[in-house]
Design a protein around this ligand. Structure first.
Ligand SMILES: CSC[C@H]1O[C@H](OP(=O)(O)O)[C@H](O)[C@@H]1O
Ligand SMILES: Nc1ncnc2[nH]cnc12
Length: 287
């Protein structure tokens, strides 16, 4: 396998692997690229591969050995790197907690809304330092077309899933208290994550479509009578779910048509400006 800088490497579809998804076992691996970005290093080298007959770019958001915690992920570098390879559609996977009835463990969720409860994360490319002032329309932060394709792939495989869900994104790395968890439910959240912000809005700022395949690994603080979540329980459940997660991602990729066009939520000239910024691999991992 070649390890190099991108050159003419290209992929239209990006996959951001969440907990447990550190490789693409069913894919034909072509190369591994260390992509330098204006924002510093990505979580890991980007793997270029062929999956379902498509060129894909794969990036595990926690690194290949799960060495990057959710609050330290360099989200801007990861999204910029995928865009620099030509990615138009991003599919991501996530382990999430379920907060209410209907979102129990072993259920897949095609997230459609988010509530941001993170802090200290740089959540825009338009931070007033290197590009002009821009304000992303974020009412529908996930791509409806990609979400429909994910739901169809889940239905085809007869997997238990919910076609919509609101995710509350907490900073981590700790899990929530019972009071916090109850408060998120009263605010409309269905599932809980530490990573689903700012990934979707950063993708949207670069005019890439983005959808998340969430898999419920736990019932958070135990609202259904189960034991409160532990990291060990999350990792065990998400490991067991890998074959289904990978199969759903592969089927979704196969269904993305040549005519797929992401929503142009951001001024294309502004995106071009961001992608023209000089690169530097030397900055800290999470600025
Ligand atoms: C023990 S929870 C660990 C980790 O799992 C989830 O991440 P991801 O969305 O990448 O699967 C959760 O948000 C935590 O970051
Ligand atoms: N209960 C939980 N809270 C936050 N992130 C999670 N990821 C998986 N389960 C979670």
């Amino acid at each position: 396998m070649e390890t190099s800088t991108p050159g003419r490497a290209h992929a239209r579809i990006g996959i951001i692997g969440g907990s447990g998804t550190y490789r693409l076992p069913g894919a034909a691996i072509k190369a591994s690229h260390t992509v330098e970005t204006p924002y510093g290093p990505t979580s890991a080298p980007v793997t270029l591969a062929e999956l379902a007959g498509r060129d894909v770019a794969f990036l595990p958001r926690h690194g290949t050995g799960h060495s990057v915690p959710p609050q330290k992920i360099n989200y801007r570098a990861n999204l910029w790197a995928l865009k620099s390879l030509g990615v138009e559609a991003v599919l991501s996977s996530s382990a999430v907690g379920g907060l209410r009835v209907g979102y129990g463990p072993e259920t897949f969720v095609v997230t459609d809304q988010l509530i941001d409860r993170t802090w200290g994360r740089t959540d825009t490319f338009f931070d007033g330092t290197t590009a002009g002032v821009r304000h992303l329309p974020a009412s529908e932060p996930f791509c409806p077309v990609l979400r429909t394709l994910l739901a169809a792939a889940l239905a085809d495989r007869h997997l238990p899933y919910v076609a919509q869900g609101t995710v509350v994104v907490v900073n981590g790395p700790r899990f929530s208290t019972k009071a916090e968890s109850a408060w998120y439910v009263s605010g409309g959240a269905d599932i809980i994550s530490m990573t689903q912000y700012p990934e979707p809005v950063l993708a949207a700022e670069l005019n890439m479509g983005f959808a998340n395949l969430a898999f419920v690994t736990d019932s958070d603080t135990g609202h259904d009578g189960s034991e409160p979540v532990t990291a060990e329980a999350v990792f065990a459940r998400i490991k067991h779910a890998q074959p289904n997660i990978l199969a759903v991602l592969e089927a979704t990729i196969a269904a993305i048509g040549d005519d797929y066009a992401p929503r142009p939520l951001m001024d294309p000239a502004a995106v071009t400006g961001i992608m023209a910024l000089p690169v530097s691999g030397r900055r800290a991992a999470a600025e």
